[in-house]
Design a protein around this ligand. Structure first.
Ligand SMILES: [Fe+2]
Ligand SMILES: [Fe+2]
Length: 356
């Protein structure tokens, strides 16, 4: 039994039968019984997504006081496979099929900078400090692991596709400088906003949609058969990131946010304009030159990303339009988080996150 505790997050709180089955099992040594997970639950629901996220967490930085040998435990892998099957089947059922990768990429590029739909536009035009803090908390689940699942694509590619993907990843991992690793820049952003920057510290307050998005990245990365979808997803992120980050810069400038909050998004405005080209002309062109039969899988990765980003955006915007929190526990979104949604208190709340 191998137990590691340094710099590991605690196991999350279960929220249903599936997540309790996984989380309770991990309290025991690897090789202990894992309940049979029927996985008849909602494939996008928090219980299934948290169970899956916990299984995947063993492939990242693990959990405090959890036997590291669980990572390759056959019983747990079998349970995970059932969860993955249900999630993947839902993603396939809820996306239309296509093979025209170029048209798909062109569509992603068509979103004008001044569009007024979506969460980025909402934050830019109407976002209040508490909206921004909630957004940071949701996205922390993704950015603490930013670019990690794409590294699993490297051994699955070759030639031009591999070279270009590694060039993008080199930037994502700071180009040799720990302080420039994008995961670190996001932790600095959280600090700048007065939030908790420790690894996955908000896991218990983030609802299902962001867990599903992050799980999709792990699913695509960990399965060679889904390498086309992984590339499609990664390309979609890089292509849409630069204009989306520009909206965030505008929102944060308007709110007079801490400079660390701006640094993360400014970095992505610049870097992702280059990454978009590398993904399109290097990774995707290279992959499809080698394996043209993967075009449908690449399109699936792009459309599944659209689907889950839309579910995330719908959840958050619906909550905000009803003037209520999009998190499970707004009190934990920073020391000075307010549940009140009156303008004056929100302004004071954000001001409290800035350096004095
Ligand atoms: Fe990045
Ligand atoms: Fe990037």
């Amino acid at each position: 039994m191998t137990i590691a505790t340094a710099d590991r997050t605690m196991l999350p709180q279960p929220c249903g039968e599936l997540s309790a089955g996984v989380i309770d099992a991990l309290a025991n040594p690897a090789g202990s019984a894992v309940p049979t997970l029927a996985a008849s639950a909602d494939p996008y629901g928090r219980d299934l997504q948290l169970a899956l996220h916990t299984c995947y967490g063993l492939h990242y930085r693990g959990f405090a006081d959890v036997d590291e040998d669980w990572e390759w435990d056959p019983g747990l892998l079998g349970a995970r496979a059932r969860l993955e099957h249900r999630f993947l089947a839902a993603l396939r059922a809820d996306t239309t099929q296509g093979r025209d990768v170029e048209a798909e990429l062109d569509r992603l590029l068509l979103v004008p900078d001044d569009d007024d739909a979506g969460m980025g536009a909402f934050l830019r035009d109407h976002g209040m400090p508490w909206h921004m803090r909630e957004y940071f908390v949701h996205r922390s689940i993704l950015h603490h692991q930013e670019a990690d699942p794409y590294a699993w694509l490297i051994p699955r590619l070759r030639g031009a596709a591999k070279a270009a993907l590694v060039a993008v990843e080199f930037d994502e991992f700071g180009g040799g400088h720990a302080e420039r690793v994008h995961q670190r820049l996001y932790a600095d952003l959280l600090d700048g906003a007065g939030l908790d920057s420790s690894y996955l510290s908000y896991l218990d307050v983030v609802p299902a949609p962001m867990l599903a998005l992050v799980n999709m990245m792990s699913l695509f990365g960990l399965h060679r058969s889904l390498r086309g979808a992984g590339v499609g997803h990664f390309a979609s992120v890089e292509i849409t990131s630069s204009p989306a980050s520009r909206k965030m810069v505008q929102a944060l400038e308007r709110l007079d946010a801490d400079p660390a909050c701006l640094t993360f998004y400014r970095e992505h405005v610049e870097a992702d304009a280059v990454h978009e080209q590398l993904m399109r002309r290097g990774v995707i062109a290279g992959l499809l030159a080698d394996e043209p039969e993967l075009s449908g899988s690449v399109v699936f990765g792009i459309r599944a990303t659209d689907l889950l980003e839309e579910k995330f955006s719908d959840h958050v915007l619906n909550c905000w339009q009803e003037n209520r929190t999009s998190l499970l526990d707004p009190e934990s979104a920073g020391e000075k988080s307010e549940t009140s949604m009156t303008d004056s208190r929100m302004n004071r709340d954000f001001a409290a996150t800035r350096p004095r």
